[in-house]
Design a binder for this molecule. Structure first.
Ligand SMILES: N[C@@H](CCC(=O)N[C@@H](CS)C(=O)NCC(=O)O)C(=O)O
Length: 201
């Protein structure tokens, strides 16, 4: 039996973790949690009291938050090369961009989706224009955010940008379109995408 149990609902932020699981290539049990009803069940409340997907269980330990799941998978299966080692150059940048996805990029786009302007001094994410300028600088002259290779930080940032493009909150323009295109060409992304499409029916 797989040691990893993945709680997921198709067409949600759970996709970030599904893609990461495909990158890692370890077997996992998939539990589909319908966000319209299952998510309110007592059983799922014990998995994630936030009543959100995704969640991942490994040997009795529960991990929630897509970035934490991706970071944990990258570290737990370190041999796959999706995170710089804890004492290697690039580790700090890797963590910076990994956290940037969920705590800066995403809330800045939520402001846009809600046609809301949180004062930039109040918002931990500042404002969307500065977020995207910062990200563009991070990508200047490089294919990936850290070093020469794809890491879990690219997955979280790229997957978040891809969501925003699909929701028409972000224009498919450079430098982000090439970056997202490069990441979504990866076989693991394609496998996750096909699996998701089959699950969504
Ligand atoms: N910060 C969380 C967000 C998870 C999240 O918002 N999940 C949504 C689906 S996209 C959800 O479970 N919604 C169900 C609900 O709120 O009822 C993460 O990144 O994992």
């Amino acid at each position: 039996m797989a040691k990893l149990t993945f709680y997921h609902c198709p067409r949600t932020r759970g996709f970030h973790a599904l893609w990461m699981l495909e990158e890692i290539g370890e077997p996992f049990d998939l539990r589909i949690v319908n966000i319209r009803d299952d998510i309110q069940s007592e059983a799922y409340g014990a998995v994630n009291p936030m009543r959100k997907v995704p969640a991942l269980e490994y040997e009795g330990e529960l991990i929630t938050e897509s970035a934490a799941i991706c970071a944990w998978l990258a570290d737990r299966f370190a041999g796959k090369g999706f995170a710089p080692a804890i004492d290697a150059p690039g580790r700090g940048s890797y963590l910076r961009w990994l956290f940037f996805a969920g705590s800066v990029i995403e809330p800045a786009f939520i402001d846009k989706a809600m046609s809301r302007e949180t004062p930039r001094q109040t918002a931990g994410w500042g404002d969307l224009a500065t977020v995207m300028e910062t990200l563009a600088r991070g990508l200047e002259g490089r294919d990936y955010l850290v070093g020469e290779h794809f890491t879990a930080a690219d997955l979280m940032v790229g997957s978040t940008l891809n969501f925003m493009m699909n929701f028409k909150l972000l224009e498919r323009a450079e430098p982000f379109s090439s970056y997202v295109g490069r990441l979504t060409e990866r076989p693991a992304y394609q496998r996750a995408f096909e699996r998701e499409a089959a699950l969504a029916g």
